[in-house]
Design a protein around this ligand. Sequence first.
Ligand SMILES: NC(=O)c1ccc[n+]([C@@H]2O[C@H](COP(=O)([O-])OP(=O)(O)OC[C@H]3O[C@@H](n4cnc5c(N)ncnc54)[C@H](O)[C@@H]3O)[C@@H](O)[C@H]2O)c1
Ligand SMILES: [Zn+2]
Ligand SMILES: [Zn+2]
Length: 406
Amino acid sequence: MKALVFHGVGNVSLDEVDEPVIQHQTDAIIRITASSICGTDLHMVRGTMPGMKPGTILGHEAVGIVEKVGSEVKEFKEGDRVVVCSTIACGQCAYCEAEEFASCDESNPMGPEAGTAFFGGPALSGQFNGLQAEKARIPFADFTLVKLPDSISDDDALLLSDIFPTGFMGAEIADVQDEDIVAVFGCGPVGQMAIASAFLMGAEKVFAIDSLPDRLKMAEKQGAILVNYEKVDPVKFLKEQTGGYGPDSCIDAVGVDAQTPHKGPAKGNSLLGGLQHLIEQKMVAPWTVMFGDQWRQGDAPFQALCWCVEAVRKSGVVSIIGVYPQSSILFPIGMAMQKSLTVRAANCSHRKYIPSLIQLIKDDQFSPSQILTKHEDLKDVVKCYEQFDQRKPGWVKVELKPNQAA
Ligand SMILES: NC(=O)c1ccc[n+]([C@@H]2O[C@H](COP(=O)([O-])OP(=O)(O)OC[C@H]3O[C@@H](n4cnc5c(N)ncnc54)[C@H](O)[C@@H]3O)[C@@H](O)[C@H]2O)c1
Ligand SMILES: [Zn+2]
Ligand SMILES: [Zn+2]
């Protein structure tokens, strides 16, 4: 079958690989009908989420049809239409019982302290092959898959696989309440879902911060107030717009590939100077692409996170859903402490949110597929990665249809 394979930093290709087989009786094999590309995939190809094993199939967002199940799979049978939870959970351990699926003790073969188990990630996330392929093996299928009602389209379901639950969790751990003022840093797909979720939770105003016109425009369509960080100083602007206080909560939907402003009043105006950014880049990710326009590491890994801490009001909440690797050890703890902030960070426990978000889509409260801007063939996946990596206009969220490549 065809699958997108990681060969090294800045090096991926669509290869012919062996079809997956059942390895444990709790596994299922699915035929993928649609998958998508995520900002998390970019961290891995850019080297800012280090530790990828060459040969790993990338991708962790998909919908599909069950083809085969192991003898211990109780909830699914051949032919069921399913969405895959990006994170893999056993469903039985104490963490799973508490719906903390991203902290599952059993699903990561690298051990309970290795981190969240997910598809197509670094070795420490369990060495599971990913979903940008024609088929995939789904471990702990009873808990890693969710059945889809006919009324939910593949396009909406695809965004349930990872980013709608993640954005929703971002607003939930930001403790968004009725009439709150929320700032979402990053208007990529995850930021868009966080903006929608903040409104769903009753936020009165949502500020959306980015520098890319197409992504800001998408946020504006959702009713957000735009902040282009290359036109205004975002921290100053957010304070001015909130009577000097700052938003009740700030959501970091950028992560480790953050950029610093290259023009405008906030250029060189952050807590962090240029030299410090360089040191941080090397600290979080020693092996990255140094030349050219492709696969370049964000030039200021902690820029968005620092802005969140600076901008939020005293006693406010910073919600971190952008991904940071274990090597990220710098955080403005002094300012956070002196401002009495609540700081929450998490990998999403998709299994916890997907059933209620399916209901929300069924009730016509929101359709996440509105952010899918490209519908492409899996055979063009490398080109799609390149466009998404360079954040080319219009390449906000890419759906890949694997079966057209067969
Ligand atoms: N916690 C989870 O479970 C989880 C799940 C999915 C994705 N993620 C993470 O969410 C983050 C966003 O994912 P995505 O798919 O939207 O990625 P993306 O790369 O498409 O979007 C990131 C956006 O941030 C903007 N940006 C860069 N620097 C900025 C800054 N200083 N201030 C404001 N905006 C800035 C970029 O222009 C871009 O639009 C990634 O780190 C991804 O790994 C986390
Ligand atoms: Zn994702
Ligand atoms: Zn578990």
